[in-house]
Design a protein around this ligand. Sequence first.
Ligand code: ZN
Ligand code: ZN
Length: 563
Amino acid sequence: MGADPRRAHARAITSGDAATNRGALNNLITLYSKSGRRSEALRVFESIPSPNVVSWTSLISTFHDSTLSFRHFLSMLRHRRRILPNNRTLAALLKTCASLSALSFGLQVHSLARKLGLSSEPFTASALVSFYCKTGFVDHARKVFDEMLDKDEVCFSSMVVGLAQNSRPVEALYYFAEMRRAGVVSTMYSVSGALRAASEMAMFEQCRILHGHTVMTGLDLNVVVGSALIDGYGRCGLVREARAMFDELEMVLNVVGWSTMMSGYAQQGDFKNVIELLGLMQERGMKPDQYSFLAVLTAFYHAGMAEEAERWFGRMKEEYGLEPWLEHYTCLIGAMGKAGELESAETVALTMPFEPDAAVWRALLSTSTYHGKTDIAWKMRDKLLEINPNDDSAYVLLANAFASAGRWDEVKEEWKTMKDKRVRKEGGRSWIEVRGEVHVFLAEDRTHERRDEIYEKLAELMEAIERLGYVPVWNEMLHEVDEKQKREALWYHSEKLALAFGLLSGSTPPGKALRIVKNLRICRDCHEAFKYISRVVDREIIVRDVNRYHTFLNGSCSCGDNW
Ligand code: ZN
Ligand code: ZN
């Protein structure tokens, strides 16, 4: 842009355009609006003797984040010259609706678009897709999209990004593939959306495929796409690949890009690399922000280093003048809890300037369980249930705490309360990616086409690790079921099924790490079994559970059994 609106305005006045040329004045509104001078934009609009739809649309777009945009639109409709909105007017309005979460107004705009026969035009339809996705009505968005006649790259991008942002990764990737089948060019938005979707499911092969695609289309050098690749690889746990991308783009990356790389390391508990990048970033003249420090604290949290977490938390505030967010406090509290400083962690939770949320109490509950502090665990469980009475993890974690202490009556009591309150335990789900395709398993799943081989493989593994001294961990099981049932229930957990399948499928050659993702926390027994299995099969097994990465190698796990 760069054009100075006041200069342009002066020129329009001297040339006489200001009095006669509506097009010049319409442009002037946009110029003022883009430089944030809204009252000037309004004044120019008012000086137009007979504003047309373009003038009105420019005015409506000027106030895209306030209800004034709606008010101007209504004035336009009521105008004596009866001006009808066009594609751009509707798109501008929908943008406002999305940013204000004005659902009912947006629905009215949609029905107006339908009446005007504009709802399946790419310009309006893309805006509708974005609006519905931003307000969480993803199925409405899909419907608009599916009804659209000529889908261009903007529509596809809106759909892919919208689905990815609403945590519907499978659909996002489906539409991305559709887009390529239709021969529509990919944009930095659609590729970034697809990468986000792939990394949400830790589909590392898919990330690599997308990376290849960006190289071929030349998008890999784009900062937005490059940052999405760093983020994608980082979330998939492929830190080396993320770093390679980072090194290539280092010169053009901003603080966000740097923090993304740091957060990739942080998820692995690799605080050394995080701190190193923090230093390097400042040498390059960049000032770390809250995201950078979130990476620092996350790293120390996963590494269970309370003292370091406290020190950096203090430095962030005092030396860097950055106010911590709730997320920073959560990391600090989690790190203290892990280190066994449960009382101090609780004090921080109760005195911090934020209302503790479920994540805070859950972190304290699980760490007090780990340290066998059932009295604190009890308290934390109540706090957690106060926030969310249907939180199954509250019951499960406390039952674990009692089980570890051998207090079986209380375990039974806890399960009973959970049943009486009709709280259902969320089903465990694990998945593994083979040749770019995701295979999902539920506990005791017998739907996979290779189920017989999978169960055979499991039996074989079980025998092998028992010979090495593996003993099942019953803690998380109901006490009353018989031994055989318990054994089967444990042995057919979703992550074990996924692992057996991974070992069977040829695409992950021996020596290459097996990567499994689980929607919940990995259970104690699977954790124990995987340690032994990593010895038996002599391979690295990486599990991303809801909390962190576990890297099993030679009989031990990177989390040090505390997670
Ligand atoms: Zn398990
Ligand atoms: Zn672990």
